[in-house]
Design a protein around this ligand. Structure first.
Ligand code: 13P
Ligand code: SF4
Length: 340
Protein backbone atom coordinates (compact mmCIF):
# COMPACT_ATOMS: atom_id res chain seq x y z
CA UNK A 1 0.00 0.00 0.00
CA UNK A 2 1.11 3.51 -0.79
CA UNK A 3 2.66 5.50 2.07
CA UNK A 4 1.95 9.18 1.46
CA UNK A 5 4.77 11.72 1.61
CA UNK A 6 2.74 13.75 4.12
CA UNK A 7 2.64 10.71 6.47
CA UNK A 8 6.40 10.27 6.08
CA UNK A 9 6.80 13.92 7.08
CA UNK A 10 4.53 13.44 10.09
CA UNK A 11 6.06 10.11 11.15
CA UNK A 12 2.78 8.22 11.32
CA UNK A 13 -0.20 7.27 9.14
CA UNK A 14 -2.61 10.16 9.42
CA UNK A 15 -5.70 8.74 7.74
CA UNK A 16 -9.24 9.30 9.02
CA UNK A 17 -11.07 6.13 10.05
CA UNK A 18 -14.71 5.73 9.00
CA UNK A 19 -17.12 6.06 11.93
CA UNK A 20 -18.80 2.71 11.29
CA UNK A 21 -15.55 0.77 11.70
CA UNK A 22 -15.15 -1.18 14.93
CA UNK A 23 -11.50 -0.24 15.45
CA UNK A 24 -10.82 -2.80 18.20
CA UNK A 25 -12.37 -5.70 16.27
CA UNK A 26 -10.48 -4.68 13.12
CA UNK A 27 -7.17 -4.48 15.00
CA UNK A 28 -7.65 -8.04 16.29
CA UNK A 29 -8.75 -9.26 12.85
CA UNK A 30 -5.68 -7.76 11.14
CA UNK A 31 -3.40 -9.28 13.80
CA UNK A 32 -4.80 -12.72 13.02
CA UNK A 33 -4.69 -12.26 9.26
CA UNK A 34 -1.11 -10.93 9.25
CA UNK A 35 0.25 -13.09 12.08
CA UNK A 36 1.09 -9.91 13.95
CA UNK A 37 1.47 -9.47 17.66
CA UNK A 38 0.98 -6.32 19.70
CA UNK A 39 3.33 -5.50 22.58
CA UNK A 40 2.62 -2.59 24.90
CA UNK A 41 4.55 -0.94 27.70
CA UNK A 42 2.80 -0.14 30.99
CA UNK A 43 3.13 3.60 30.31
CA UNK A 44 0.91 3.56 27.24
CA UNK A 45 -2.73 4.56 27.36
CA UNK A 46 -5.06 2.01 29.05
CA UNK A 47 -7.00 1.38 25.81
CA UNK A 48 -3.75 0.43 24.04
CA UNK A 49 -2.67 -1.84 26.92
CA UNK A 50 -6.08 -3.54 26.87
CA UNK A 51 -5.91 -4.53 23.20
CA UNK A 52 -2.28 -5.69 23.30
CA UNK A 53 -1.26 -9.37 23.28
CA UNK A 54 1.40 -8.69 25.90
CA UNK A 55 1.91 -5.84 28.33
CA UNK A 56 5.11 -5.61 30.27
CA UNK A 57 8.13 -3.72 31.50
CA UNK A 58 11.19 -3.17 29.31
CA UNK A 59 12.76 -6.51 30.25
CA UNK A 60 9.62 -8.54 29.63
CA UNK A 61 9.07 -6.88 26.25
CA UNK A 62 12.64 -7.72 25.16
CA UNK A 63 12.36 -11.28 26.53
CA UNK A 64 9.10 -11.75 24.73
CA UNK A 65 10.23 -10.42 21.35
CA UNK A 66 13.30 -12.70 21.49
CA UNK A 67 11.04 -15.73 21.36
CA UNK A 68 7.97 -14.80 19.30
CA UNK A 69 7.14 -16.65 16.09
CA UNK A 70 4.88 -13.85 14.80
CA UNK A 71 5.78 -12.33 11.42
CA UNK A 72 5.06 -8.78 12.54
CA UNK A 73 5.77 -7.17 15.91
CA UNK A 74 3.82 -3.99 16.65
CA UNK A 75 5.59 -2.16 19.49
CA UNK A 76 3.36 0.27 21.37
CA UNK A 77 5.96 2.15 23.35
CA UNK A 78 8.86 4.31 22.28
CA UNK A 79 11.45 4.19 19.50
CA UNK A 80 14.28 2.47 21.40
CA UNK A 81 11.90 -0.39 22.25
CA UNK A 82 11.15 -0.89 18.55
CA UNK A 83 14.89 -0.85 17.85
CA UNK A 84 15.50 -3.50 20.51
CA UNK A 85 12.80 -5.67 18.91
CA UNK A 86 14.33 -5.22 15.46
CA UNK A 87 17.85 -6.02 16.69
CA UNK A 88 16.53 -9.19 18.32
CA UNK A 89 14.37 -10.12 15.30
CA UNK A 90 16.14 -8.82 12.18
CA UNK A 91 14.01 -10.94 9.84
CA UNK A 92 10.68 -9.79 11.22
CA UNK A 93 8.78 -6.65 10.38
CA UNK A 94 8.82 -4.36 13.43
CA UNK A 95 6.26 -1.57 13.48
CA UNK A 96 5.79 1.38 15.79
CA UNK A 97 2.78 3.67 15.86
CA UNK A 98 4.56 7.01 15.63
CA UNK A 99 8.20 7.72 14.79
CA UNK A 100 8.02 10.81 17.02
CA UNK A 101 7.73 8.62 20.13
CA UNK A 102 11.27 9.14 21.41
CA UNK A 103 12.66 9.19 24.94
CA UNK A 104 14.28 12.10 26.78
CA UNK A 105 16.56 9.67 28.60
CA UNK A 106 17.80 8.02 25.39
CA UNK A 107 18.27 11.53 23.94
CA UNK A 108 20.52 12.45 26.87
CA UNK A 109 23.26 10.15 25.58
CA UNK A 110 24.46 10.58 22.02
CA UNK A 111 26.65 7.79 20.62
CA UNK A 112 29.47 10.20 19.60
CA UNK A 113 29.59 11.72 23.10
CA UNK A 114 29.66 8.29 24.71
CA UNK A 115 32.42 7.10 22.34
CA UNK A 116 34.52 10.12 23.38
CA UNK A 117 33.88 9.48 27.09
CA UNK A 118 34.82 5.80 26.71
CA UNK A 119 38.04 6.74 24.89
CA UNK A 120 38.91 9.05 27.81
CA UNK A 121 38.48 6.15 30.27
CA UNK A 122 40.54 3.21 29.06
CA UNK A 123 40.05 -0.05 30.95
CA UNK A 124 36.37 0.63 31.72
CA UNK A 125 33.52 -1.60 30.59
CA UNK A 126 30.29 0.09 29.47
CA UNK A 127 26.91 -0.77 30.98
CA UNK A 128 23.95 0.86 29.24
CA UNK A 129 20.36 1.11 30.31
CA UNK A 130 17.98 -0.25 27.68
CA UNK A 131 16.64 3.31 27.21
CA UNK A 132 19.36 4.05 24.64
CA UNK A 133 19.67 4.15 20.86
CA UNK A 134 20.97 1.16 18.91
CA UNK A 135 24.15 3.17 18.20
CA UNK A 136 24.80 3.54 21.95
CA UNK A 137 24.11 -0.15 22.52
CA UNK A 138 26.71 -0.90 19.82
CA UNK A 139 29.32 0.78 22.09
CA UNK A 140 28.16 -1.18 25.13
CA UNK A 141 29.41 -4.33 26.90
CA UNK A 142 26.11 -5.20 28.52
CA UNK A 143 22.60 -3.73 28.55
CA UNK A 144 20.42 -3.57 31.68
CA UNK A 145 16.83 -2.70 32.47
CA UNK A 146 15.57 -1.48 35.83
CA UNK A 147 14.39 -5.06 36.55
CA UNK A 148 17.78 -6.69 36.19
CA UNK A 149 20.37 -3.93 36.69
CA UNK A 150 21.55 -5.23 40.08
CA UNK A 151 21.72 -8.83 38.85
CA UNK A 152 23.72 -7.85 35.76
CA UNK A 153 26.12 -5.57 37.66
CA UNK A 154 26.66 -8.28 40.30
CA UNK A 155 27.87 -10.57 37.48
CA UNK A 156 31.02 -8.40 37.13
CA UNK A 157 33.98 -8.84 39.52
CA UNK A 158 33.70 -6.31 42.37
CA UNK A 159 36.85 -4.47 41.18
CA UNK A 160 35.76 -4.19 37.52
CA UNK A 161 35.83 -0.58 36.34
CA UNK A 162 32.41 0.32 34.96
CA UNK A 163 30.81 3.23 33.16
CA UNK A 164 27.02 3.33 33.64
CA UNK A 165 24.68 5.39 31.51
CA UNK A 166 22.62 7.24 30.76
CA UNK A 167 20.36 7.42 33.84
CA UNK A 168 22.27 8.97 36.73
CA UNK A 169 19.55 8.19 39.28
CA UNK A 170 19.35 4.49 38.43
CA UNK A 171 23.18 4.41 38.33
CA UNK A 172 23.48 6.01 41.79
CA UNK A 173 20.87 3.59 43.14
CA UNK A 174 22.76 0.58 41.74
CA UNK A 175 26.04 1.96 43.15
CA UNK A 176 24.35 2.19 46.58
CA UNK A 177 22.96 -1.36 46.56
CA UNK A 178 26.07 -3.01 45.12
CA UNK A 179 28.74 -1.01 46.97
CA UNK A 180 30.32 -0.01 43.66
CA UNK A 181 31.61 3.25 42.35
CA UNK A 182 30.57 3.13 38.69
CA UNK A 183 31.23 6.27 36.67
CA UNK A 184 27.80 7.74 35.94
CA UNK A 185 26.62 9.44 32.77
CA UNK A 186 24.74 12.63 33.61
CA UNK A 187 21.42 11.75 31.93
CA UNK A 188 17.86 11.51 33.13
CA UNK A 189 14.20 11.12 32.26
CA UNK A 190 12.12 14.30 32.19
CA UNK A 191 9.12 12.51 33.74
CA UNK A 192 10.88 10.84 36.66
CA UNK A 193 12.97 13.94 37.31
CA UNK A 194 9.81 16.02 37.91
CA UNK A 195 8.26 14.45 40.99
CA UNK A 196 7.84 16.83 43.88
CA UNK A 197 9.32 15.73 47.21
CA UNK A 198 7.13 18.23 49.06
CA UNK A 199 3.94 17.08 47.34
CA UNK A 200 4.70 13.42 48.06
CA UNK A 201 5.39 14.22 51.73
CA UNK A 202 2.10 16.11 51.88
CA UNK A 203 0.27 13.13 50.33
CA UNK A 204 1.93 10.77 52.80
CA UNK A 205 0.79 13.01 55.69
CA UNK A 206 -2.78 12.87 54.35
CA UNK A 207 -2.57 9.08 53.80
CA UNK A 208 -0.23 7.73 56.50
CA UNK A 209 -1.34 4.16 55.71
CA UNK A 210 -0.18 4.43 52.08
CA UNK A 211 3.03 2.77 50.95
CA UNK A 212 5.28 4.66 48.55
CA UNK A 213 6.29 2.93 45.30
CA UNK A 214 9.23 4.52 43.49
CA UNK A 215 10.88 3.85 40.12
CA UNK A 216 14.71 4.02 40.28
CA UNK A 217 14.75 6.70 37.57
CA UNK A 218 13.50 9.12 40.29
CA UNK A 219 16.08 11.29 42.08
CA UNK A 220 17.62 10.09 45.38
CA UNK A 221 15.46 12.27 47.72
CA UNK A 222 12.32 10.60 46.28
CA UNK A 223 13.98 7.16 46.45
CA UNK A 224 14.65 7.77 50.17
CA UNK A 225 10.89 7.95 50.84
CA UNK A 226 10.24 4.61 49.14
CA UNK A 227 8.82 1.49 50.73
CA UNK A 228 9.96 -0.25 47.56
CA UNK A 229 12.11 0.77 44.60
CA UNK A 230 11.57 -1.19 41.40
CA UNK A 231 10.83 -1.37 37.70
CA UNK A 232 7.24 -0.93 36.57
CA UNK A 233 6.72 -4.71 36.81
CA UNK A 234 8.48 -4.79 40.18
CA UNK A 235 6.20 -2.07 41.57
CA UNK A 236 3.11 -3.78 40.16
CA UNK A 237 4.09 -7.13 41.69
CA UNK A 238 4.76 -5.48 45.05
CA UNK A 239 1.33 -3.81 45.01
CA UNK A 240 -0.34 -7.13 44.18
CA UNK A 241 1.39 -9.09 46.94
CA UNK A 242 1.57 -6.48 49.71
CA UNK A 243 -1.08 -6.24 52.44
CA UNK A 244 -1.36 -2.45 52.21
CA UNK A 245 -4.56 -1.07 50.70
CA UNK A 246 -3.19 2.27 49.54
CA UNK A 247 -0.13 3.20 47.48
CA UNK A 248 1.46 6.47 46.34
CA UNK A 249 3.00 5.73 42.95
CA UNK A 250 6.09 7.68 41.82
CA UNK A 251 6.46 6.65 38.22
CA UNK A 252 4.69 7.41 34.95
CA UNK A 253 0.96 7.33 35.65
CA UNK A 254 0.13 4.78 32.89
CA UNK A 255 1.09 1.98 35.29
CA UNK A 256 -1.97 2.84 37.41
CA UNK A 257 -4.15 1.24 34.74
CA UNK A 258 -2.73 -2.25 35.29
CA UNK A 259 -2.39 -1.70 39.06
CA UNK A 260 -6.06 -0.79 39.38
CA UNK A 261 -7.11 -3.72 37.21
CA UNK A 262 -4.95 -6.21 39.12
CA UNK A 263 -5.99 -4.86 42.56
CA UNK A 264 -9.55 -3.47 42.31
CA UNK A 265 -9.82 -3.33 46.12
CA UNK A 266 -6.73 -1.11 46.53
CA UNK A 267 -6.24 2.63 46.03
CA UNK A 268 -3.43 4.00 43.88
CA UNK A 269 -2.52 7.67 44.13
CA UNK A 270 -0.26 9.10 41.40
CA UNK A 271 2.65 11.11 42.85
CA UNK A 272 2.34 14.71 41.70
CA UNK A 273 5.02 16.40 39.65
CA UNK A 274 6.73 19.63 40.75
CA UNK A 275 4.68 22.02 38.64
CA UNK A 276 1.25 20.42 39.04
CA UNK A 277 -0.10 22.90 41.59
CA UNK A 278 1.16 26.03 39.87
CA UNK A 279 0.60 25.38 36.17
CA UNK A 280 -1.64 22.32 36.29
CA UNK A 281 0.61 20.24 34.05
CA UNK A 282 0.57 16.46 33.66
CA UNK A 283 4.33 16.00 33.89
CA UNK A 284 3.89 12.54 35.41
CA UNK A 285 2.76 11.47 31.95
CA UNK A 286 5.31 10.59 29.29
CA UNK A 287 4.20 12.57 26.24
CA UNK A 288 6.08 10.13 23.99
CA UNK A 289 4.29 7.08 25.35
CA UNK A 290 0.96 8.88 25.01
CA UNK A 291 1.54 9.26 21.24
CA UNK A 292 0.41 5.62 21.02
CA UNK A 293 -3.33 5.63 20.26
CA UNK A 294 -5.85 3.04 19.08
CA UNK A 295 -6.35 4.98 15.86
CA UNK A 296 -2.63 4.92 15.06
CA UNK A 297 -2.51 1.23 15.98
CA UNK A 298 -5.26 0.51 13.46
CA UNK A 299 -3.53 2.52 10.72
CA UNK A 300 -0.10 1.07 11.48
CA UNK A 301 -1.43 -2.46 11.12
CA UNK A 302 -3.37 -1.58 7.99
CA UNK A 303 -0.43 0.02 6.16
CA UNK A 304 2.35 -1.95 7.93
CA UNK A 305 4.15 1.34 8.49
CA UNK A 306 6.08 2.99 10.20
CA UNK A 307 8.70 0.24 10.20
CA UNK A 308 11.80 0.27 12.35
CA UNK A 309 15.10 -0.35 10.58
CA UNK A 310 18.51 -0.64 12.23
CA UNK A 311 21.64 -0.38 10.14
CA UNK A 312 23.08 -3.93 9.95
CA UNK A 313 26.62 -2.84 11.01
CA UNK A 314 25.12 -1.27 14.18
CA UNK A 315 22.68 -4.14 14.80
CA UNK A 316 25.52 -6.68 14.58
CA UNK A 317 27.30 -4.94 17.47
CA UNK A 318 24.19 -4.00 19.47
CA UNK A 319 22.84 -7.56 19.62
CA UNK A 320 25.79 -8.77 21.75
CA UNK A 321 25.14 -6.69 24.89
CA UNK A 322 21.39 -7.35 24.60
CA UNK A 323 21.92 -11.10 24.31
CA UNK A 324 24.32 -10.97 27.26
CA UNK A 325 21.64 -9.26 29.35
CA UNK A 326 18.99 -11.81 28.31
CA UNK A 327 21.34 -14.68 29.14
CA UNK A 328 22.13 -13.31 32.62
CA UNK A 329 18.45 -12.68 33.32
CA UNK A 330 17.00 -15.80 31.73
CA UNK A 331 15.65 -17.02 35.08
CA UNK A 332 14.33 -13.61 36.05
CA UNK A 333 10.63 -13.42 35.34
CA UNK A 334 9.21 -9.96 34.85
CA UNK A 335 5.47 -9.52 35.11
CA UNK A 336 4.09 -9.99 31.63
CA UNK A 337 0.41 -10.22 31.05
CA UNK A 338 -0.87 -12.30 28.12
CA UNK A 339 -4.12 -10.68 27.09
CA UNK A 340 -5.54 -12.43 24.07
P1 13P B 1 10.66 -0.32 33.05
O1 13P B 1 9.39 -0.74 32.43
O2 13P B 1 11.76 -1.27 32.74
O3 13P B 1 10.50 -0.07 34.51
O4 13P B 1 11.11 1.04 32.34
C1 13P B 1 10.61 2.27 32.61
C2 13P B 1 10.80 3.21 31.50
O5 13P B 1 11.11 4.33 31.67
C3 13P B 1 10.51 2.78 30.14
O6 13P B 1 10.75 3.83 29.34
FE1 SF4 C 1 11.84 7.75 28.24
FE2 SF4 C 1 11.07 8.74 30.58
FE3 SF4 C 1 9.25 8.33 28.67
FE4 SF4 C 1 10.41 6.23 29.91
S1 SF4 C 1 9.06 7.77 30.85
S2 SF4 C 1 10.08 6.49 27.71
S3 SF4 C 1 12.46 7.04 30.29
S4 SF4 C 1 10.97 9.78 28.59
Amino acid sequence: MQIKDSWKEKGYVDEPIAEDIDIKAEIRRMCKEKNAVILAHYYTDGAVQDIADFVGDSLALAQWSAKTDADIIVMCGVHFMGETNKILCPNKKVLVLDLNAGCSLADSCKADDLAKFVAEHPGYKVVSYVNTTAAVKALTDVVVTSSNAKLVIDSFPQDEKLIFGPDKNLGAYINSVTGRNMLLWNGGCHVHGQFSLEAILKLKAEHPDAKILVHPECPAPIQKLADVIGSTAGLLNFAIKDDAKKFIVATESGILHEMTKACPDKTFIPAPPEASETIGCSCNECAYMKLNTLKKLYNTLKYEWPTIEVEPSIAEKAIRPIDKMLEISKNLKSAMAAKN
